[in-house]
Design a protein around this ligand. Structure first.
Ligand code: ADP
Ligand code: GLC
Length: 486
């Protein structure tokens, strides 16, 4: 336990595991408060009152009422759920909608997304500045574009300092210029140093420009996004932030992801007693209708099915994978064409390809436990969490050399293997040819059982917990607060 003074942090995000999740953002926002507590940092988390969130609240207390927030009444509720200190913005006209938080049932962005998330940022600023009855914050931690206006409100209103974390630069929250007058920002904010972005409002851009410090979720991604190739239009601004942009790796919750206790596995295993991993493999093969064959190299995929994740390359590399006698277990949701492609391949090769299209925590755990290797051929990857889980489960990650994948997996190249190192297979660039080469490399390693077991032990011994990352967040938060006080 730190001997330093407790800092009070208000985290604001649109997703928090286990209440609402579309990707790794939720995992990180859900895990950081518990991890930061051991550094003497107390986190409250503000999130929108989506139906799933309100349903999970039990005995929530009203903290504050807003007579009108973007044309409807809203309330701020406080509750403790799943070990988290939550503040929930209940605003039925903004958040009481079915399905995914960002898109309507036909898959289009909700037309009022600008106000849905401006409202979240506005209320974050009210709380942080102590205007709601909830305690004020020493520092605000804003996550992704949905909270990008928050550093702007705080900056123009003299609020506490803020740290903006970028989980994915591909989603920027860009809106037309006519949104600006509705945001309650001073005229000065309409500038290249404020929220203006290519003639419109850029929410993530605002956060990057106006936060006291900016972080992203791996050192490699922090470097990539400063380049025109990786910066998605924001590289100039990110370069301008200079040394105020930090790359801090994600961790995973090693209590939730633990093959020694995982309730979704038929038997438990550990690094010193790994034998029961074969029971998970047989269960996974049976679950997805694959041939139950311990000798077949079984690749897993757990992913959003989008261009970012490079799974179209897995489709085109399938002949190589199948030709070598391997199997594929895929869990994912996303683009219809990719889903259709994998479904068609599974129909032709049901004993070698098994797919589940949908969201399932249970099958995600079973794949981590039962697969031999996990495929992650991302075109870009800010951090990636599934490779961290795979390491912990002794499922060798086969990854593109991108972002956080490059920072967390040790490629089994000749020198690494000779030195007794290596935790996975890495390839670059992200092309079909290089993916096929990586698949063949994986086969070569698989055919050497003693080596494979050694690599599996290396993987399982990797520290994928929040321990190191959270010390870096804590140090940064304290530095930012001290910097303002100075
Ligand atoms: P991203 O946030 O870009 O989607 P990450 O690797 O950071 O990628 O995080 C993805 C998270 O979502 C992981 O916790 C992973 O296990 C989970 N996940 C992805 N797809 C599914 C699915 N279909 N079912 C269950 N969990 C999923
Ligand atoms: C984003 C990124 C992913 C990262 C996650 C959590 O969704 O795509 O790489 O792990 O956020 O930070």
């Amino acid at each position: 336990m730190s001997t330093q003074l407790t800092l009070s942090v208000l985290a604001v995000a649109s997703e928090v595991y286990p209440l609402v999740k579309t990707g790794g953002l939720a995992d990180v926002v859900g895990a950081l408060p518990g991890a930061l507590a051991s550094e003497g940092i107390a986190v409250r988390t503000l999130l929108p009152g989506y139906p799933a969130v309100l349903k999970a609240l039990d005995g929530a207390a009203e903290v504050f009422a807003f007579p009108s927030l973007y044309d409807g009444p809203a309330r701020l509720l406080a509750a403790r759920v799943a070990g988290l200190d939550l503040l929930v913005l209940e605003a039925p006209h903004l958040y009481q909608r079915p399905g995914n938080p960002y898109v309507d049932p036909s898959g289009h962005d909700w037309p009022d997304n600008a106000w849905r998330f401006a409202a979240l940022a506005r209320v974050g600023a009210e709380v942080a500045c102590g205007r709601t009855g909830a305690p004020a914050a020493d520092l605000v931690h804003a996550h992704d574009w949905q909270t990008g206006l928050l550093p702007a409100y705080l900056r123009y209103e003299g609020g506490p300092p803020s740290v903006m974390t970028i989980h994915n630069l591909a989603f920027q929250g860009q809106f037309s210029a006519d949104v600006f007058p509705t945001l309650g920002l001073p005229d000065a904010a309409w500038s290249i140093d404020g929220v203006e972005y290519y003639g419109g409002v850029g929410m993530l851009k605002a956060g990057i420009a106006l936060a006291d410090a900016v972080t992203t979720v791996s050192p490699s991604y922090a470097a990539e996004i400063r380049t025109p190739a990786g910066g998605m239009g924001l590289d100039g601004l990110l370069r301008a932030r200079g040394a105020r942009l930090f790359g801090i790796l994600n961790g995973i919750d090693t209590g939730v992801w633990n093959p020694g206790t995982d309730p979704h596995l038929p038997e438990h295993y550990t690094v010193v007693r790994p034998a029961a991993k074969t029971a998970a493999k047989a269960a996974l093969q049976a679950r997805l209708g694959l041939a139950v064959d311990p000798g077949a190299l079984l690749f897993g995929v757990i992913s959003r099915l989008t261009w970012q994740k490079g799974l179209d390359l897995v489709l085109t590399a399938l002949p190589t994978l199948l030709g070598a006698g391997a199997q594929l277990a895929l869990l994912g949701t996303g683009e219809h064409a990719l889903q259709a492609g994998f479904a068609a391949a599974a129909k032709v090769h049901p004993r070698q390809i098994g797919c589940l299209f949908g969201y399932s925590e249970e099958v995600a755990h079973l794949i981590q436990g039962g697969a031999d290797a996990l495929l992650i051929p991302s075109r870009f990857e800010p951090c990636g969490l599934t490779q961290l889980c795979a390491l912990r489960y002794g499922t060798l990650p086969v990854v593109a050399r991108a972002g956080g994948l490059a920072d967390t997996v040790i490629d089994c190249n000749e020198m690494a293997v000779a030195a007794g190192d290596g935790t996975g297979v890495m390839f670059a660039p992200t092309t079909q040819e290089m993916l096929e080469t990586a698949l063949l490399t994986t086969f070569r390693l698989w055919r050497q059982p003693a080596l494979w077991q050694k690599l599996r032990r290396n993987a399982m011994r990797t520290d994928v917990s929040w321990k190191r990352p959270v010390a870096r967040y804590a140090a940064l938060f304290r530095e930012v607060v001290a910097g303002r006080a100075a």
